[in-house]
Design a protein around this ligand. Structure first.
Ligand code: NOJ
Length: 548
């Protein structure tokens, strides 16, 4: 059973979801206590952001042991109980597989770095020091992608932080070690992986210079569409053409797919990328990629219509679309679309859209409460090293601390990773009163943005999410049905039809502040299945409806 096609998947960022032992950080005991909450919300799968031991310089995406649990999250027994309890409730669990790089504190790298003839030397990408960087490649977190190891006088390659050296995937021992780690968790019963940083797993073997300075790249990005050859996405792809998406990636994915397919239960592989070419022939590479263009471009009618028109036909065979509007790397939905206002219609529109489009909805923890970005105003409290590095480089360029802070605040991913507010008690009920949480709790938990208060309020975002997810869970049409746009010649009225087994639903979103007459576009005699509507043919301002 391809469980992911019919499930809503919820992303848990372990440090911030639920603190079971009261130390200011989330953990497995905490998650276990909240599984009933997730069940009630209608969640069918959990994507767990990294839960492995980690020096935490990239907030867990710098792993120092692939077959262990970070001590701050609990023990292996806690993890196993979490998995059992999730499965008992019909909730699947996928893990984050960070395979492009390790932490520089991983024993593999410590060995590799220890000498040029260490057996693990070739597990990473080392190049001789000829007086300058091996080539002009850049890290996607800014700065050169090469760092000199003074002891052995060679450079190592890192696509991300210098504390995250890239593994050399052309070495068969690396592949074996990582596949063994995958088996370790799969044998324990987990239900698949979200594969991190998948595009950058291989780099060009010839180390071909890519040609632009970082400044030239920035200029091209700023010029945006003025140069028809380079839109921002294409500019990035061109800039990174030797560091990402190398031909061997297809072969690796086919091998990973064979590995997961060798298990009797269905195991999901979803990759952190949006290129549908990595779905292979629809049955032999990833099961699913993320619809990132929608996340980047927005949720207005034109964007949604174009996005679906372009992307849905690219999902061939059994492959499937993963829809999401936020995650641990980007702005919260409310801050992106809703001007930070909890009352903004975009909060409900986005939930509704995720639940009604064709494809699996991925919901980032706290979106169901309408959490917003939270700005930390002291650089010492930042956890995201990427943005601390940015702050330091802006200071070095001569900016004042206040100016550098502003830039770091816009860049930092801390803003969307603050603890989940469970109630209107101190610390939002996340940790006991007086405990310093690992990132601050957004104080607006005192104004109703918390689970307990929202559950009591019929009009809350949380209850909206609950209702629409549970509606979806009972509708094969929404889960599996074909998608067809209904043209409306009205830029604020989105209507599409979902059809399964000869039965259809019409999905309607009114993005405007005016009433809309639906009679002009869809049959007159439909019944309202879900949503707010004035009468059967008129949809009120900003409202949503499902009719059949
Ligand atoms: C993508 C992850 O989503 C991000 O959080 C991380 O910093 C990089 N990959 C590196 O692992």
């Amino acid at each position: 059973m391809e469980w992911w096609k019919e499930s809503v998947i919820y992303q848990i960022y372990p440090r911030s979801f639920a603190d079971g032992n009261g130390d200011g950080m989330g953990d497995f005991r905490g998650i276990i206590q909240k599984l009933d909450y997730l069940k009630d919300l209608g969640i069918g799968g959990i994507w767990l952001s990294p839960h492995y031991p980690s020096p935490f310089l990239d907030c867990g995406y710098d792993v120092s042991d692939y077959c262990e649990i970070g001590a701050e999250y609990g023990t292996m027994d806690d993890f196993k109980e979490f998995l059992t309890q999730a499965h008992k409730r019909g909730i699947k669990v996928i893990l984050d597989l960070v395979m492009n790089h390790t932490s520089n504190m991983h024993p593999w790298f410590i060995e590799s770095k220890s000498s040029k003839d260490n057996p693990k030397r070739d597990w990473y990408i080392w190049k001789p020091n000829n007086g300058t960087f091996p080539n002009d490649w850049q890290s996607c977190f800014k700065g050169p992608a090469w760092t000199l190891d003074k002891e052995t006088n060679e450079y190592y390659y890192h696509f991300f932080l210098k504390e995250q050296p890239d593994l050399n995937w052309r070495n068969p021992e690396v592949k074996k070690a990582m596949f063994d780690s995958m088996r370790f968790w799969l044998d324990m019963g987990i239900d698949g992986f979200r594969i991190d940083a998948i595009t950058s797993i291989y780099e060009d073997e010839e180390l071909t210079n890519q040609g632009w300075t970082p400044e030239e790249f920035e200029e091209k990005i700023k010029a945006k569409n003025s140069d028809s050859e380079f839109t921002p996405g294409k500019t990035w792809d061109h800039y990174m053409r030797y560091q990402t998406k190398q031909p061997e990636l297809h072969i690796l994915l086919q091998e990973m797919r064979e590995l997961v397919d060798s298990y009797s239960e269905s195991k999901l592989l979803v990759g952190e990328l949006s290129d549908t070419e990595y779905l292979g022939d629809g049955d032999n590479e990833l099961h699913m990629v993320f619809n990132f263009p929608l996340m980047a471009e927005g949720i207005d009618k034109k964007t949604v219509v174009n996005n679906q028109k372009i992307r849905l036909p690219l999902h061939i065979g059994n492959s499937w679309q993963g829809n999401t509007l936020s995650n641990h790397d980007v702005s919260r939905i409310r801050s992106k679309y809703g001007k930070d206002l909890i009352s903004d219609k975009s909060l409900k529109h986005s939930a509704f859209l995720m639940a009604t489009l064709k494809g699996t909805p991925f919901i980032y923890y706290g979106e169901e409460l309408g959490m917003k970005n939270f700005n930390i105003d002291d650089i010492k409290d930042f956890m995201d090293l990427k943005s601390v590095n940015l702050y330091n480089s802006e200071m070095a360029r001569g900016l004042t601390p206040a100016e550098a802070l502003k830039i770091a605040q816009l860049d930092t991913r801390d803003r969307c990773r603050t603890p989940m507010p469970w109630s209107n008690e101190p610390n939002g009920g996340f940790s006991p009163a007086g405990v310093k949480t690992w990132l601050p709790v957004d104080p607006e938990y005192t104004q109703g943005v918390n689970v307990a208060d929202e559950l009591k309020d019929k009009q809350s975002i949380l209850n909206f999410y609950k209702d629409i997810i549970n509606f979806r869970n009972h509708s094969n049409i929404l889960k599996f049905g074909d998608y067809e746009e209904i043209p409306t010649n009205d830029n604020d009225l989105l209507i599409f039809k979902r059809t399964y087994s000869n039965k259809s639903l019409y999905v309607v979103i009114n993005y405007s502040n005016d009433k809309k007459d639906l009679k002009l576009f869809i049959p007159n005699n439909l019944n309202l299945e879900w949503g707010n509507i004035v009468d059967k043919s008129v949809i009120d301002k900003g409202d949503v409806a499902i009719l059949s």
